[in-house]
Design a protein around this ligand. Structure first.
Ligand code: GLC
Length: 528
């Protein structure tokens, strides 16, 4: 695929390092494990690997509580293992994206240890410290994303510190210029080691209201929903000044060749697109989670794709995500049949797709027995249905006892049915979801219309979503049946007379369609 930026025409693959491959028999995945599986990723056809945090951490939030930004947690290996991973990734022509967690550190980070030691410590202002209200209560009503007040009282210095997540994850103060510089040095540390970019954790949280005003109540909230949703987050996140910070980060990356800045942002489309920044000075790819949040039906998806395409700033490149380590797996949400339609959707829409490890083998629902719950959010707010453990279970490589992931019982249980549903078994099954992913990726890589072409909706009704992708004279049409019913689709120019390039059932190849095509239940077709 000639001369387009890799993060535009490439496919990103997210690895949750605890769960990809254990190489040392402790039941937890690690860096040498990832390195040993790179050929699988080459064979799958992806272009870039994003790994969730691998830094030293007390693991209160499984690595999103960083205690040293410039190291590797011994569970995952060493810096030498990391360098080897970078070299092996690059040797195969792949890219490596790290997770950067700038909003908060661990409470064990030396910066926070210093900051909390006294009110006059030079690092006091690197975190967010506020006096109690006159009655001793927290400075305002902000709630932690994992439930409870977002403020923790520190007896020793008589002030509260702010934590948007766990109390073991104090928020950094991004209004402090020294802190900013220290964090840009962290970016340079990894860029100098050869990483190709960053996925920036909760980037829309970095700047908070300068006056720390109370958040207004959310009238639509009810108690079966997480407590964080009881307030509208108007003052605690998504502040105008955050764009200045992101532009600074971006300038650090722009000092190197061909690096990518991806931002984690859960906001409605019209707010999300602001994260491309003024004159595209912000994130290259503000993660677009709309497919995760939408009702799974053709009309809702058609509408959101149109709205997103229309909202993109001039020159802003789109992207799509179906799942990640915080969200129910796609196959758990929409079922095994629709998971194949979802795969075709992800890999044919205009924009960079991010795949989540294990979705390509269709890992679905997993029950986590109460005594094996790991997720701190589930421990804080049990039973609401937000446990993130089910989407973090180990990768399933083969039919052996621990699925080829480890030689011992893994840190989270394996999904049921892993003896049948694994890379080895599914590779040998020509009709498997894994082979569908491979075929989709191959087609996308070999077709400029799919990789970088224009998008145009095709007017469809009911349960069918259709669109056209085109580049020069190359044209492909995609029709997805989002239902379990057979549906005949009437085709008009330029789709009539096309041939089937790919069906989600991996048959029908080269079948010529006339002015009608019959979509089978849960079938997606690419015509060209
Ligand atoms: C992000 C991460 C999530 C983590 C949170 C706090 O949303 O994806 O896993 O718990 O930030 O760092």
């Amino acid at each position: 695929m000639p001369a387009e930026t890799w993060w535009k025409n490439g496919i990103v693959y997210q690895i949750y390092p605890r769960s990809f491959q254990d190489s040392n028999g402790d039941g937890v995945g690690d860096l040498p494990g990832i390195t040993s599986r790179l050929d699988y990723l080459v064979d799958l056809g992806i272009d870039a690997v994003w790994i969730s945090p691998i830094y030293p951490s007390p693991m209160a939030d499984f690595g999103y509580d960083v205690s040293d930004y410039c190291g590797v947690h011994p569970l995952f290996g060493t810096l030498a293992d990391f360098d080897r991973l970078v070299a092996e990734v690059h040797r195969r022509g792949l890219k490596l994206i790290l997770d950067f967690v700038p909003n908060h550190t661990s409470d064990q980070h030396p910066w926070f240890v210093e900051s909390r030691s006294s009110r006059s410590n030079p690092k006091r202002d690197w975190y967010i410290w506020r006096d109690p209200r006159p009655d001793g209560s927290p400075p305002n009503n902000w709630v932690s994303n994992f439930g409870g007040s977002a403020w923790e009282f520190d007896e020793a210095t008589g002030q509260y510190y702010y934590h948007a997540f766990l109390r073991q994850q104090p928020d950094l103060n991004w209004r402090n210029p020294e802190l900013r510089e220290a964090m840009y040095d962290v970016l340079r540390f990894w860029l100098d080691r050869g990483v190709d970019g960053f996925r920036v954790d909760v980037i829309w949280h970095l700047i908070k209201d300068a006056e720390f005003r109370d958040n207004p109540p959310n009238p639509a909230w009810h108690p079966e929903r997480p407590e964080i949703e009881s307030l509208l987050q108007v003052h605690s996140s998504d502040q105008e000044e955050v764009h200045e910070v992101i532009a600074e980060m971006r300038r650090v990356l722009d000092g190197y060749r061909d690096r990518v800045l991806i931002g984690e942002i859960y906001l409605p489309t019209e707010r999300l697109v602001a994260y491309y920044g003024k004159d595209l000075s912000g994130a290259h790819l503000p993660f677009n989670f709309q497919l995760i949040q939408t009702a799974w039906n053709a009309r809702a998806i058609a509408k959101l794709v149109d709205e997103y395409e229309a909202a993109l700033p001039q020159g802003g490149w789109p992207n799509w995500v179906l799942g990640n380590h915080d969200q129910p797996r796609i196959a758990a949400r929409v079922g095994a049949e629709q998971a194949r339609v979802a795969a075709m959707l992800l890999l044919t829409l205009r924009g960079t797709p991010t795949m989540y490890y294990g979705d390509e083998i269709g890992i679905g629902r997993v029950e986590i027995p109460p005594d094996r719950v790991q997720d701190p959010w589930e421990k804080n707010e049990p039973g609401l249905g937000f446990n993130r453990d089910p989407e973090r279970t180990p990768m399933q490589w083969d039919a052996s006892r621990f699925a080829g992931f480890s030689t011992v019982e893994p840190w989270l249980p394996l999904a049921p049915g892993h003896e049948r549903q694994n890379v080895a078994v599914l590779s040998a099954d020509p009709g498997s979801i894994l082979n569908l992913y491979r075929a989709l990726i191959r087609l996308r890589r070999g077709t400029r219309a799919l990789a970088i072409g224009d998008y145009q909706p095709i007017r469809t009704e009911g349960h069918v979503f259709g669109f056209l992708r085109s580049h020069g004279s190359e044209r492909l049409a995609v029709f997805l049946n989002l239902s379990g019913e057979p549906i005949p689709v009437k085709l008009v120019s330029p789709c009539d007379g096309m041939r089937v390039k790919l069906s989600t059932f991996l048959d029908r190849v080269d079948e010529r369609v006339g002015s009608n095509v019959a979509l089978r239940p849960n079938e997606g077709l690419i015509l060209g």
